[in-house]
Design a protein around this ligand. Structure first.
Ligand code: NG6
Ligand code: CA
Length: 506
């Protein structure tokens, strides 16, 4: 009797288990590996995003993303310029560990060693489709690149299965797009030549041919002229392949949307790297004049619209619940970065650096404390986080999510902070500007003594360089007005020890 009872109970239990198995999961589903979309801006400041509530320029689409996601107040890139920040995000290695990780010329060799671990490689090895569309600026080729032949060392050599990029910046030659291993739309009968040493005979320059210019140069930017805009570096030929600056945003966006469409049934990583609001600021006529802040404001409005289009596409394809979007910028803001484009004259009450001191090229906080949002409906609760997070940590944090080994040497697993499950991010972070480094530890920022001009007079931004130690409490004093180095010698000493242990620099 008893035995029978046990038997029937067991059968009932098995039946129940079977039923539960068939009728769908009882607990919330653990999502499959999410798609990753990094939306990366060029020179967008903390205060340039209206969600941060400090500037007067409006960015409704980015605000919407921030409202649905997690907005970080202490979100950092590693560097106050482009190349090093991108290097760190994609390799998980601090850029100051690599001698060559500084602003690169358009013909500079590939900065990332093809043997080096990278974020796209890590994801590709784990079943992801990977693509970069937009600004690259991490070098292409071997230093002797022939732009008319297939180029081996492109983003494809470091983990991107598809790439469609401008090699460097929109103010540098060559003013062409490179798709996978070739310059796109290049005609064989008009080969492209590039030099950063000397001009090609008979070719006009911004310096000698002001009559050709629709945008005047302020400092630098007086070499080859294309589309009425003088650039950095010299080029000749390749006319069929040359970009039209005003169409660049649409061109990158359309390719990004197409990539998402085509890979909607795959797991993918799209690194969508917009060129705005880097100089030359050339918003499409649809956006020109819309903000009253001149081309810089209009280029941000254009980028904001692009962000909205990408988000709409993810929702339209029902990919939103399975896509982690990370929105950020490669360095802080600058107004006059080499052209007369009214950025200074028309900025009005807008504050691109937000409450912070400095900007692009600066060791002060605005150089690297940038807009930073993570978004993943169903997984990330909307909100605001004060956790200290950095783009360099995406690699280790994603590795943790995927349950694989982290291969980014300086990348830290702060997954819970990125997902909003913890208010705790990093303890500390090394920051870089023009090959000099500073240190954020907790709420404090320490800038070691450096020689050099305290103001970069070209761009009119404070560099942060002073001959004595600086120590600031960023929380209490975001504008870095109160140097605590003398007042708090013990704190300074403690941070110096920590900094030396990490960097090996005394
Ligand atoms: C500087 C350029 C600046 C910009 C910057 C790179 C001059 C005088 N200045 O050398 O205009 O191109 O490099 O910006 O040439 S970044 O955002 O890609 O780092
Ligand atoms: Ca930049």
């Amino acid at each position: 009797m008893k035995r029978n009872h046990i038997l029937s109970c067991t059968i009932l239990l098995l039946f129940a288990l079977l039923l539960a198995g068939c009728s769908g999961p009882a607990a919330p589903a653990v999502p499959a590996n999410p798609n990753l979309v990094i939306i990366y801006m060029d020179d967008l400041g903390y205060g340039d995003v209206s969600a941060y509530g400090t500037g007067t320029l409006q960015t409704p689409n980015i605000d919407h993303l921030a409202a649905e996601g997690l907005r970080f107040t202490s979100g950092y890139c590693t560097s106050a310029t482009c190349t090093p920040s991108r290097y760190a995000m994609l390799t998980g290695q601090y850029p100051w560990r690599n001698q060559r990780a500084a602003i690169l010329a358009g013909d500079a060799p590939l900065l990332i060693d093809p043997q080096q671990p990278t974020l796209p490689k890590m994801l590709a090895e784990n079943g992801y489709k990977t693509a970069v569309i937009g600004k690259w600026h991490l070098g292409i080729g071997d230093g002797q690149v022939d732009w008319n032949k297939p180029i081996e060392l492109t983003p494809n050599a470091v983990g991107f299965e598809y790439s469609y990029v401008m090699a460097a910046t929109n103010d540098r030659v060559p003013t062409v797009y490179v798709e996978n291993h070739r310059v796109a739309n290049l005609a064989l009968d008009d080969p492209l030549f590039v030099s950063y040493k000397e001009n090609f005979e008979g070719e006009p320059t911004g310096k000698d041919n002001p009559e050709m210019l629709k945008l005047r140069w302020h400092h630098g930017h007086n070499h080859s002229v294309w589309n009425g805009i003088p650039r950095i570096g010299y080029q000749k030929g390749g006319k069929s392949a040359m970009w039209i600056d005003e169409d660049m945003a649409d061109n990158f966006l359309n390719r990004a949307l197409k990539y998402i469409e085509e890979n909607k049934d795959e797991t993918f990583f799209l690194y969508y790297a917009l060129q705005q609001p880097h100089v030359p600021r050339t918003p499409h006529p649809r956006f020109a004049g819309t903000t009253g802040m001149g081309p810089r404001g209009d280029a941000i409005a254009e980028a904001d619209w692009c962000v909205g289009q990408v988000m709409a596409k993810l929702k339209e394809l029902n990919l939103d619940e399975n896509t982690l979007v990370v929105f950020s910028s490669d360095n802080g803001p600058v107004l006059n970065d080499g052209y007369y484009d009214d950025a200074v004259e028309k900025v009005g009450d807008h504050t691109p650096s937000g409450p912070y001191r400095g900007g692009k090229y600066s060791l002060f906080n605005a150089g690297t404390n940038v807009p930073f949002v993570t978004w993943w409906p169903g997984q990330i609760e909307p909100g605001i986080s004060d956790a200290l997070v950095c783009q360099i940590d995406l690699m280790a944090s994603l590795a943790a999510y995927l349950g694989i080994e982290n291969t980014g040497p300086d990348s830290q697993d702060i997954l819970d902070a990125f997902l909003g499950k913890s208010e705790k991010g990093r303890d500390s972070l090394v920051l870089e500007a023009s090959r000099r480094i500073a240190f954020r530890s907790g709420d404090y920022m320490m800038i070691p003594p450096y020689e050099g001009n305290p103001v970069n007079t070209n761009v009119n931004i404070e560099t942060g360089l002073y001959p004595e130690y600086q120590l600031y409490d960023i929380n209490a004093d975001p504008g870095q007005q109160n140097n605590l180095a003398e007042e708090m010698p013990e704190k300074l000493e403690e941070i110096k020890v920590e900094f030396e242990a990490l960097t090996g620099i005394e």
